[in-house]
Write a protein that binds this ligand. Structure first.
Ligand SMILES: [Cu+2]
Length: 420
């Protein structure tokens, strides 16, 4: 969170929001971490990038000018983008990427939300260096629903790679193996003091004579039970000021498997994925192929022929024991498939992690909507019994949720945002 007094305000607009302008110059900058200097794609030469601050109800106008050889786009993570899908940012979904020496203006109004989000590049791995905070203050003379703290500090979590991150992901896609891992985790772009050749202090206490730093006792890093018990207690405020609008009935149910599969190795090539094939991530066994033009654009101009097809499966075509022994055939299908929902459909999505090539937790994120997390569990989702325990009273409202390792999570939302 930012210092609440540090940002200039335009006088006069008491209730209606104001328009705030930002300029993002995408440029290469030399950055040194862990005694290693490299040229990186940045916004305005900063890593992490500049903070964007607005109030609930304001309009943000961000002019992005691309001065680097890479194509790029910027996504405003968690912004509802009510009827402003053109400004959402995922490349090849809502827009074609911004080419070298080209400009794109993101223009959207922040409606019905406040808190700290972030923005990041949304093409390939450029987000490794192109990201920054996006702070939404409550409307003027309105407070957050918690006591004002003594001080607020924004902390952005990230990773530092000594290598060029575009080279890391292109090598992984080429060989079909997992991508090389980063050299360090970072807070606000800085590796902590535990890494070699890092002098960055993360947190230091100014200790007065009558107080010492309080060190909490924490469960071990792999204490799944402790973490699960904690997160399952989280609830929405569910009061008149912050009501819960979770769908009580559902028009459309989806069951998505989420996890890994593989693709054949191209001829005359050696691959480093499972048994000499390529790793492929998939949902309901469809691994997404990026189209050559943007999905929203091709829909809007009625030129979707050859860009995407409808008929993304609502359920797995070949059910299996998702968290047990994997099936013999783990090959994915590649495609650009989607589902079209009528306006105001109430939707339930159960996301089921699979154990193919190892179970792991996948964070899943929805663009253009917040959703309610109504249930979660380990093992396979039981459609007969698990829904009885769904929380339809005060579930947490989120834009991202982790699918538990070898488990499932159920979300609900109203599809009330055309174009998202
Ligand atoms: Cu997002």
């Amino acid at each position: 969170m930012s210092c609440l007094w540090a940002f200039p305000e335009v006088a006069g607009a008491k209730h209606a929001g104001i328009t705030r302008h930002y300029k993002f110059n995408i440029k290469l900058t030399n950055v040194t971490r862990l005694c290693h200097t490299k040229s990186m794609v940045t916004v305005n030469g900063k890593f992490p990038g500049p903070r964007v601050v607005a109030r609930e109800g304001d309009r943000l106008v961000v002019k992005v000018v691309n001065h680097v050889p890479n194509n790029i786009s910027i996504h405003w993570h968690g912004i509802r983008q009510l009827q402003s899908g053109w400004a959402d940012g995922p490349a090849y979904i809502t827009q074609c990427p911004i080419q070298t020496n080209q400009t794109y203006v993101y223009n959207f109004t922040i409606t019905g939300q406040r808190g700290t989000l972030f923005w990041h590049a949304h093409l390939s791995w450029l987000r490794a260096s192109v990201y920054g905070p996006l702070i939404i203050l409550p409307k003027r003379n309105v407070s957050y629903p918690f006591a004002k703290p003594h001080k607020e500090v924004t902390i952005m979590l990230g990773e530092w790679f000594n290598a060029d991150t575009e080279a890391v992901i292109s090598q992984a896609l080429q060989t079909g193996g997992g991508p090389n891992v980063s050299e360090a985790y970072t807070f606000n772009g800085l590796p902590g003091p535990l890494y070699n050749c890092s002098e960055n202090r993360i947190l230091e206490y100014e200790t007065s004579s009558n107080s010492t730093a309080f060190k909490p006792t924490l469960p071990p890093i792999n204490a799944t039970n402790a973490v699960t018990n904690f997160t399952r207690k989280l609830r929405s405020l569910a009061n008149s000021r912050f009501p819960v609008n979770v769908p009580q009935t559902v028009d459309k149910k989806f069951f998505f498997t989420v996890g890994l599969g593989n693709s054949p190795c191209p001829k005359n090539q050696t691959c480093q994925g499972p048994n000499g094939t390529k790793f492929a991530a998939s949902v309901n066994n469809i691994s997404m192929a990026l189209p050559s033009s943007a999905l929203l654009q091709s829909y809007f101009f009625k030129k979707s022929n050859g860009v995407y097809t409808s008929g993304f499966p609502s359920f797995p075509l070949h059910p299996f024991n998702y968290t047990g022994t994997p099936p013999n055939n783990t090959l994915v299908a590649n495609g650009t498939k989607l589902v079209v929902l009528p306006f105001n459909t109430s939707v339930e999505v159960v996301m089921q992690g699979t154990s193919i090539f190892g179970a792991e937790s996948h964070p899943l994120h929805l663009h253009g909507f917040n959703f309610y997390v109504v249930g979660e569990g380990f093992g396979n989702f039981d459609p007969n019994n698990d829904p009885k325990n769904f929380n339809l009273v005060d579930p947490v409202e989120r834009n991202t949720v982790g699918v538990p390792t070898a488990g499932w999570v159920a979300i609900r939302f109203h599809a009330d945002n055309p174009g998202s």
